[in-house]
Design a protein around this ligand. Structure first.
Ligand code: TYD
Length: 218
């Protein structure tokens, strides 16, 4: 039986689930998240794409405190947590309606970026303690050198604080360290995906992992 048929057949029994995509800038996580959304929808599974930071009222504030003179790490951490709090409410309601929720960035992003800004991990974890556990987190891993090449092509103007070279190195180290010592019981399973191949190849790999997880757990 083909994998697609396998998924379709299970659809009747599938309940909503939270699936997270994480990865550094230039890793292709957004492309992969959207490809998985299309794949699930084309298999008849109700799927909702969403991303963090979340919320049209908070995003302008988050942008203000992310860069330039106003940059303020604790303010940013709390704003992002507030945005996630609102997001979690909506995620719960989508899941309750039986939808798969594919979420682009979640708590792991806070663990990485707010640590880059000097906030201790235990504080970030405490502030985000309300966050619900995802069923799977795909971490799209691409070596720093390849990400830098991609970013040079796509982000000619790298003004974002987190796109400075030293921050990108720190980002890579933190993602690797955190995913290697992941608290699966609290934060759900993390699956590391090699994101260096073509988008189609990476997508195939994600679908295979997704189907394996689906069979195993749903
Ligand atoms: P975005 O424009 O969505 O970047 P990308 O498409 O690369 O994900 O902006 C997200 C930015 O916000 C990114 O630079 C990381 C930062 N961020 C945090 O600092 N903490 C968080 O918890 C989240 C979700 C994002």
């Amino acid at each position: 039986m083909r994998k697609d048929e396998n998924l379709k057949q299970k659809d009747a029994r599938v309940k909503g689930r939270l699936v997270v995509f994480e990865g550094g800038h230039g890793s292709g996580k957004t492309t992969q998240a959207k490809m998985l959304v299309k794949y699930l929808q084309s298999n008849g599974i109700r799927t909702h794409y969403t991303k963090e930071p979340y919320g049209s009222d908070l995003i302008p504030l988050i942008n203000n405190y992310s860069n330039g003179d106003l940059l303020d790490s604790p303010v940013l951490m709390y704003l992002l947590a507030a945005s996630r709090c609102i997001h979690v409410k909506d995620i719960k309601s989508w899941i309750a309606q039986g939808e798969f929720v594919i979420c682009d960035r979640y708590v792991l992003s806070s663990f990485v970026y707010q640590q880059i800004q000097g906030i201790p991990l235990n504080v970030i974890k405490r502030v985000n303690s309300f966050a619900i556990k995802p069923h799977i987190t795909f971490y799209v891993d691409v070596p720093l050198k390849a990400r830098l090449e991609r970013l040079c092509r796509t982000h000619k103007n790298r003004e974002n604080f987190f796109l400075e070279d030293d921050k990108l190195t720190r980002e890579q180290n933190l993602y690797n360290g955190l995913t290697n010592n992941w608290d699966e019981r609290r934060y759900g399973r993390v699956t590391v995906i090699n994101g260096e191949a073509s988008p189609t190849e990476v997508h195939k790999n994600i679908v295979n992992c997704f189907v394996a997880e689906t069979k195993q757990r749903f």
